[in-house]
Each structure stands twice: as structure tokens, then as C-alpha cells.
Design a protein around this ligand. Sequence first.
Ligand SMILES: *Cc1c(COP(=O)(O)O)cnc(C)c1O
Length: 227
Amino acid sequence: MQTIAERLISAYGRIDQATASAHRPPKSVQLLAVSKTKPVSDIKLAYEAGQRSFGENYVQEGIDKIQQLQAYSDIEWHLIGPLQSNKTKVVAEHFHWVQSVDREKIARRLNDQRPSSLPPLQVCIQLNIDEEDSKAGILPVELPGLLDAITAMERLQLRGLMAIPKADAAPSAQAETLAQLAKLFAQYRTKLSNFDTLSVGMSGDMEEAIQHGSTMVRIGSAIFGSR
Ligand SMILES: *Cc1c(COP(=O)(O)O)cnc(C)c1O
């Protein structure tokens, strides 16, 4: 059995290889370690192996871990799961990033509740790129409106787009989805400052995502084992 440190090295190796074969600059893709459902001791092992950014899906679980790991003050915490309006305050007070913003109401609450002692909250808009009924995220047609609303919010810094493409899509459909996402990202990247993050790709599809311009892959099971 491999250790977390070994699996982290393999994941970075896969990223480097995919980045090179896509003819993209070295180190242009970040790895977010997704530690949902895994114990704090696993996060410490990944930290000791050099990992500094972690993603959590569930608000309460994430807050508990952030509090237990307060001494690890250079960890960057990303919320990547659904966010209800009654939880925005604790999220605004504890996380560095929220990648799952998909409603103006949520964005406005995060903006109002971000403590003035902290830097602006870094956010991504979650897109429901395959337009699946069951999935969180806004539809591509709703993107311009939410983008305008968020860029006017002073306590939020809009960093880019996040998406979870359909897991079981055929390769050609998957490629089409990723290409559509890359096109939307490119369209706004030239217009907005600090809009530099396309968060797409997980343990099973990071190579394809990097091929299509992902700048941040969110990797859980390939590092921490299956859930
Ligand atoms: C769980 C999860 C991941 C990581 O998935 P793996 O397949 O374990 O790498 C990435 N993004 C989101 C939004 C998730 O919920």
C-alpha cells in the first residue's frame, strides 16, 4: 500500500506529464487536495509532504477541520461543495476560497459577512456545464449576469470558474464539454483582472481536464484513497 506522501508525488507526476503533453508551461496547473470525509491526521500527512491547499465539501466538517488545524496557518482552505444561505457567515469567516458560488444571494451574503480583518474572499462561479437537472451550478446562459454582480462586490475577488463535468460521458462528449468550458473561461479571462482559475478535473479525469486548459485540479481519492 502506498502512503499519502507517495500518492501525492504520483498525482503531481500525472499533472506534470499532462501539462507537458498539452504543451503548457510547467507548474501552470495547481493541485487542490480534496480531504472530504478523511480525518485530520490524513491532512497533516499531506501537509508534511508539502501540500498547502485543501478542499472540503461539507461546511461543518470543513469548519471543524479548520479549527483543529489552526496552528497550520499557511493552509489555504477551499469550499467546493454546496452552500446554503444559513451557513454563509461561518464560511465567510473561515475559508479562503469558495468555488461553489452559484447564486447572487449567496455571493451577496458572503460579501456582507466577510470580516474586514481578512482579505477578500476568493470565489469561483460554479457552472452546470452539462446542464444536468441534478447538479449544482448555474447554466452558461446565466453566467454574464452573475459575473457582473460578483465583480461589483468589494469583499469578493472573482477568480474564475468551477465545474464538475458528467462522470460517465463518452470521451467525445467529455471533450466537447471541456472545450466549451475552456472557451467560456478564455472569453472572460481577457476582460477581468485576477480571473485566472479554471477549476476542473478530478482523480479520474485530470489528464483530459489539463489537456483542455484546467488551471486547478481537485484531487481526492488518488491521494487519500477511496471514500
Ligand atoms: C469529491 C470531489 C472531488 C474529488 O474527487 P475524486 O474523484 O476523489 O478525486 C473534486 N471535486 C468535487 C466538487 C468533489 O465533490
